[in-house]
Design a protein around this ligand. Structure first.
Ligand code: THU
Length: 133
């Protein structure tokens, strides 16, 4: 699966985002080391606190299915009324970076942007000196 294919899958996941409060929709596609994919979208809540990001949806889906080894995640986000081909890069929030650090190695790859204009980072670039016990 190429990075642009993963971003394309993240776009598909984004179409299922539930974001009636922020109107900002995010999709994520997590690639397991065994090649399996898990998609996630942000799911908001009227009480705001229970809302969850797309990245954590994908990671928690995977972990709850017994997966622990991940190679990469692709993330696409933006205002719900913006055409997909005009989305700018969205980067994972701090909480999601910390959740990635729980399960992923420092060289875990994070793809942001659009399939035609992708950016690639490692987890250690986006979360240097991460906390761990
Ligand atoms: N959001 C994500 O899904 N991932 C991120 O990394 C940042 C933010 C969601 C949370 C909320 O539903 C909306 O985007 C606006 O913050």
């Amino acid at each position: 699966m190429s990075p642009s294919q993963l971003l394309q899958k993240a776009l598909e996941a984004r179409r299922r985002a539930y974001a009636p409060y922020s109107h900002y929709k995010v999709g994520a596609c997590l690639l397991c080391e065994d090649g399996e994919l898990f998609l996630g979208c942000n799911i908001e809540n009227a009480a705001f606190g229970p809302s969850v990001c797309a990245e954590r949806t994908a990671i928690f889906k995977a972990v709850s299915e017994g997966k622990r080894k991940f190679g990469a995640i692709a993330i696409v986000g933006g205002p719900e009324d913006r055409p997909e081909q005009e989305l700018e890069a969205a980067y994972p929030c701090g909480v999601c970076r910390q959740v990635m650090a729980e399960f992923c190695s420092p060289d875990f790859r994070i793809f942001c942007g659009r399939p035609d204009a992708l950016q690639c980072y490692t987890l250690s670039e986006l979360l240097p000196k991460s906390f761990g016990l």
